[in-house]
Design a protein around this ligand. Structure first.
Ligand SMILES: [Zn+2]
Length: 469
């Protein structure tokens, strides 16, 4: 790959620019974002190698460990400091076989996948149809008891991805609700906007004391087929559909506590009195694909940005930049929680996360103190050159930085990516390197480099004022 050549060329260019500036007059010439990262190759290289050399990285498995081993080697090769693995134990679920078939009124095999924490088992029985997740919640127990629940909760695409939280409830909570009402299994329409035949997996949780049931998701195409057959069925007027039977079979299992871990690396700042900047992505992926957009690209973006900030100046940035490649995000943010516990009492200034694919950044949100208004305006001006709009919405961060933000009330900047096609690809078999648009990925790196360069060299307060009760 061409990265080392690019890096030396960039460093030479920056050094020459800095020398020129010194020879004429201050203030120093700050290289623009496009000069720093305009020809980035590193982010794509990281995605390509992580997905191609390691493959899927299901949390708690040997595959995820191979991902950590690769990450440590790569971050060392790139010259980051204090590269280390910080392991923790976590309950682990693995997939076996997946099978869903309509048995009556016609026989038809559907494209299905088990949802994380699904129990194993094979169930054949009548289905009970719910148009939405809320219909399932409101249904009396006797309507559900002994039946296979089907939730036809169709998610639509949005630029900001906000439909996932609402429509995803069928997956996040549906199995637990169905199990409590006495269902024998649950099948949901994928929490996906893809009109393809690839089912969407992801995690679900059963309350302690609630017996887990087989929980599976159908591809949108297969869900359409099931609904078409249901609508043609003479039984559909019944409260539940007699003789409309499904066979649901999952070979997945929980294998107890297994080792997972975070990978941490740093660019050591020149002023140890200043609290560090934390930037995060997650290293684990679901097992149906290689996790190119979720979240190898996030790791590529943040790492490339830190690399350019470090290489752009003759001196280190003033603040330390800590890179967190979190483990086991998909199955319950175990890595983010482990980081929050380990470093909860160590001061941090600001946190950022990249975990929404590789498509372009379209907006930026801030949560900074009033005193940092000039910084915020400077960042906004520079990001405007990339077509990024500052919003009034307060930045909230992401899953992996959530625990440390909650403990310390950190400054946060969110670079909001275009999520229009994210949920076509997310958590299904199509999440591979071919989905990455290199130009959009590079725009992310430029935006990230711009912001990181500003905040890592900012000496003022970055934590927002504590909100008075
Ligand atoms: Zn993710």
């Amino acid at each position: 790959m061409k990265h080392p050549i690019y890096s030396i060329a960039t460093a030479t260019f920056i050094a020459a620019t800095a020398q020129q500036a010194a020879a004429t007059s201050p203030p120093p010439v700050y290289p623009t974002a496009s000069e720093l990262a305009a020809s980035d190759q590193l982010a794509f290289q990281i995605v390509d190698q992580l997905t191609g050399d390691v493959g899927q990285r299901l949390a708690g498995t040997d595959a995820e460990q191979r991902g950590r081993d690769w990450a440590i080697k790569k971050l060392n090769e790139l010259g980051f400091a204090n590269v280390r693995e910080e392991s923790f134990m976590m309950p682990t679920w693995v997939r076996g076989y997946d099978d869903v078939q309509i048995m009556s009124p016609v026989m038809l095999r559907l494209k299905a996948t088990s949802i994380g924490n699904s129990s194993s088992g094979q169930v054949t029985g009548d289905i009970v149809y719910f148009k939405t997740f809320d219909d399932l919640v409101l249904a009396p127990d006797e309507r559900v008891k002994g039946k296979i629940v089907f939730v036809d909760h169709q998610m639509k695409r949005t630029q900001d991805g906000s439909s996932y939280g609402y429509f995803g409830r069928a997956r996040f909570q549906g199995p637990n609700v169905a199990a409590k009402k006495g269902a024998t299994a649950i099948v949901i329409r994928s929490a996906s906007t893809g009109d393809h035949d690839h089912p969407h997996t992801g995690n679900t949780n059963f309350d302690a004391g609630t017996k887990a049931i087989p929980a599976m998701a159908l591809s949108n195409k297969s869900a359409d087929k099931l609904v078409e057959i249901y609508n043609a069925s003479p039984y559909k007027k019944d409260a539940f559909i007699k003789n409309f039977t499904l066979m649901v079979s999952s070979g997945s299992k929980n294998i107890g506590l297994q080792k997972s871990g975070n990978v941490v690396a740093e660019v050591v700042g020149s002023n140890p009195a200043l609290a560090p900047i934390l930037i995060a992505c997650h290293l684990d992926s679901w097992d149906l694909a290689t996790g190119a957009i979720d979240d190898a690209s996030g790791c590529g973006i943040i790492t490339a940005a830190a690399h350019y900030v470090r290489n752009a100046r003759t001196a280190s940035p003033k603040r330390t930049i800590r890179i967190l490649w979190a483990g086991a995000e998909e199955v319950g943010v175990w890595g983010g929680k482990a980081y929050g516990e380990k470093y909860g009492s160590e001061p941090h200034a600001l946190a950022m996360e990249s975990d929404f694919g590789a498509d372009r950044v379209w907006a930026v949100d801030f949560n900074l103190p009033d005193s940092a208004k000039p910084l915020q305006e400077s960042i906004s001006r520079r990001l405007a050159l990339l077509g990024i709009v500052p919003r009034k919405q307060k930045a909230g961060g992401g899953a992996d930085i959530g625990p440390i933000i909650a403990k310390q009330g950190l400054g946060v900047i969110d670079l909001q990516q275009d999520g229009t096609r994210y949920f076509d690809i997310h958590h299904n078999a199509t999440d591979t390197i071919e989905r990455i648009d290199k130009d959009q990925l590079r725009q992310n790196v430029i935006a990230w480099t711009t912001v990181l360069d500003e905040v890592a060299n900012y000496e003022g307060e970055l934590k927002p004022e504590a909100v008075k009760p």
